[in-house]
Write a protein that binds this ligand. Sequence first.
Ligand SMILES: Cc1cc2nc3c(=O)[nH]c(=O)nc-3n(C[C@H](O)[C@H](O)[C@H](O)COP(=O)(O)OP(=O)(O)OC[C@H]3O[C@@H](n4cnc5c(N)ncnc54)[C@H](O)[C@@H]3O)c2cc1C
Length: 403
Amino acid sequence: MTRPDAVVVGGGVAGLAAAAALVDRGARVTVVEARPMLGGRAGSYLDPATGEEVDNGQHILLGCYRESFAFLRRVGAASHVRVQPSLEVPYVDLGGIRTTLSCPLLPVPWHLVGAIIEWDALRWRDRLSVLGLGQVIRTAQRHLAGKTTRLAASPEETVENWLVRNGQSARLREMLWEPLALAALNQPPAEAAAPPFVRVLAEMFGPEPSASSIALPILSLREMYAEPARRYIEARGGEVLTNARVRVIVEHGRAVGIRVRDREEIRAASVISAVPWFALGDLFDEPPDRVGSLVAAASRMASYPIVTVNLWLDRRVLDTPFVGLPGRAMQWVFDRGQITGLSATLLSLVSSGAAAIVTEENDALVALAVKELGEAIPAARSAVVRAGSAAGGDRPPGVHPRG
Ligand SMILES: Cc1cc2nc3c(=O)[nH]c(=O)nc-3n(C[C@H](O)[C@H](O)[C@H](O)COP(=O)(O)OP(=O)(O)OC[C@H]3O[C@@H](n4cnc5c(N)ncnc54)[C@H](O)[C@@H]3O)c2cc1C
């Protein structure tokens, strides 16, 4: 390839989306990815126990992920996710009671109010407490739209404080807001900062009811978007290199290209970093002038682990593609067979904000997942676990901070 206009470092979703957008505008682009497979944290890998391809954790999208859907449409992969017509979430609580939160097809905010009023997991006092959030979510939406400088949450308060301050009852927090906050922020609500959570609520609950719908990939993440993106980029003259860990060449304070595997150089007019914060510093001997403070800030950021346990069972035990398990270490269980339409009996159990369990051994994590699954889903108690494996921590492979 002749000298590219841009080199994109990192073949995860961000790098592939950036490269796809650039080739669309006629730019010559080279993507360089350190690992053998594209996809990064939203990628697939071969499970060591079974040799099967599994995802690095179940990924869900929400209807409000406008840019993600635009990227999928661009690379011809929009049909690779199944989007709910409106938000519907089955739950089993700690007492084993099963209920479903189901948003009626009504305009905002009535779809959420309607769902909560109808949700029999709650007492009336809990249902009415949701009304306390209406005004504050509207403030957050106006702030997002640049129509007010008023903040709906202070940067100092935690998600938990914010929910209590806004009158959310303990049961509503336990069943709805805390699992949502954990899934969205990957940090316990007692520690996570409120503003990003309030932004999630502002995006999810307005103005389109479909913004809060859940979308599930129906193929592995590799097939869902990573390989379609590669094909899209290559078909437009771009180049995608894997197994290519790079460092950025900086001359006179400017990034002018990359060095692949400490040997070959690729010079380009622009170098785009699409690596996670924990890998940013490793790109440079000396960062370019305008990037130094960013690299320093990134190096101070902590990460939080997320754990996935995959269980291969001898039979199907769920009657919906996923179930929320609030209050448990494993907060969600996904039935990969129902999601992908394959006959597999693979369940993926997810524990977000998993600092307390991430250091456990594989067997202990599998045992925890089997125990919690059996407690919540009676049909699982008689199922035979043919294989189980866990992935979690804060580094690859299959082992990443949520970010
Ligand atoms: C288990 C799990 C579950 C998740 N679930 C969800 C979910 O349900 N919904 C959701 O929205 N998000 C979810 N996320 C978060 C989501 O996966 C990430 O936000 C997203 O994948 C980040 O993409 P990225 O391209 O920014 O970074 P990454 O995916 O980390 O990609 C960066 C790439 O850069 C490469 N790289 C790093 N250094 C170099 C170098 N020097 N040279 C070349 N390449 C390099 C890495 O190998 C990597 O492939 C989840 C994350 C995890 C780990």
